[in-house]
Design a protein around this ligand. Structure first.
Ligand SMILES: NC(=O)c1ccc[n+]([C@@H]2O[C@H](COP(=O)([O-])OP(=O)(O)OC[C@H]3O[C@@H](n4cnc5c(N)ncnc54)[C@H](O)[C@@H]3O)[C@@H](O)[C@H]2O)c1
Length: 317
């Protein structure tokens, strides 16, 4: 297959592009580099620097069997300050991309959505039938694309898989987790262990959870990448897929800090500070539907493996 991967200079996009290439597919990697790094793009991919919303550029790339669309701004906190930037980049650019892709006959589209569309849910685990109630313009931007995609499928314009990731983590030696800016707990904790930061801040220890800190579901980026490749094929059978991608297990922020301390052997300082507005107490996926419809099996999403892989990858930074 010839596959267009947008956001392929980022963490999850580069890992998925690598897997597609390893499975014998041709990859065109499109990235504006607003937050990604060109050295993340797999060497065997054809790299095109540009905005995925540049319809003329996308049309000039020829036809594709599938597009996997990772390109987005990803920081919920920033989206509360600059919502217009998030809607322009994540929503308007996506629909211009879709316009160009449909015109050139692309039939399969895989979209990086997020558990942020669920907002603050009380009952865990969260399955795909839950109410959609994003708490930030970032989550809203994912919801708007999801809703538009539904209409493109309903009107027979293409087949679409909406993949709602929980917390991507881990990393590979070739593609370590390294966001700009970094907002994720595990790489920040690893930075502290490596002496690049003085201490680890954990926001809130008075949540209604067993140890008072927030609980999250971490999914290894290699398992996420595998789900994308399976989703492209599954679209031949299912014209529309909406799937949670998570491990189905929750860990508290305190447990993450302790695991990073154990794996790295560094007993760094952890400071418990005020809650951050908008952080739900818990987010744990039900991943049954993805396992059933994709035949997806988790290989590396055990927390010790995630942190060990992330630490090994972190050494290459
Ligand atoms: N990392 C997570 O835990 C997580 C969780 C849920 C959903 N997601 C979604 O997964 C996707 C990938 O996330 P990531 O962690 O790899 O982020 P990332 O920042 O590492 O990668 C995003 C890439 O998209 C590129 N990009 C952004 N806007 C673009 C545009 N308009 N045109 C072309 N390129 C553009 C950036 O330069 C970057 O390389 C995003 O859509 C994100 O919302 C990530």
């Amino acid at each position: 297959m010839r596959v267009l991967v947008t956001g392929a200079a980022g963490f999850i996009g580069s890992t998925t592009a690598e897997l597609l290439l390893a499975e014998g597919h041709e990859v065109v990697a499109l990235d504006s580099l607003i937050s990604g790094r060109v050295e993340n793009v797999p060497v065997k991919a054809t790299f095109v620097e540009g905005d995925c919303g540049d319809g003329e550029l996308v049309r000039s790339l020829g036809s594709f069997d599938a597009c996997v669309h990772f390109a987005a701004r990803i920081e919920p906190g920033e989206s509360m300050k600059y919502p217009e930037v998030f809607f322009a980049n994540n929503v308007a650019s996506t629909f211009r991309l879709l316009d160009a892709l449909v015109e050139s006959g692309v039939e399969r589209f895989v979209f990086s959505s997020s558990c942020a569309v669920y907002g603050d849910q009380v009952e865990m685990p969260i399955d795909e039938s839950r109410s959609i109630q994003p708490h930030s313009p970032y989550g809203q931007s994912k919801r708007m694309v999801e809703e538009g995609l539904h209409w493109l499928v309903a009107c027979g314009r293409l087949r679409a898989a909406v993949l709602r990731y929980f917390n991507a983590a881990g990393g590979t030696l070739a593609h370590p987790e390294r966001h700009r800016p970094e907002i994720h707990l595990i790489p920040i904790a690893l930075d502290v262990a490596a002496g690049r930061r003085s201490h680890l801040d954990i926001y809130g220890d008075d949540y209604p959870t067993p140890d008072g800190t927030c609980i999250r579901d971490y999914i290894h980026v290699s398992d996420l990448a595998a789900a994308h490749v399976l989703a492209i094929s599954a679209l031949d059978v299912h014209p529309e897929l909406i799937l949670n991608l998570g491990s189905g297990v929750g860990y508290s922020n305190r447990q993450i800090a302790e695991t990073v301390q154990r794996v790295t052997g560094v007993d760094f300082e952890v400071r418990y500070t005020e809650r951050r507005p908008g952080d739900p107490a818990a987010a744990i996926a039900s991943n049954e539907r993805a396992r059933e419809l994709l035949g997806w099996q988790l290989q590396r999403s055990d927390l010790e493996v995630i942190v060990s892989d992330a630490w090994a990858a972190h050494q290459s930074l």
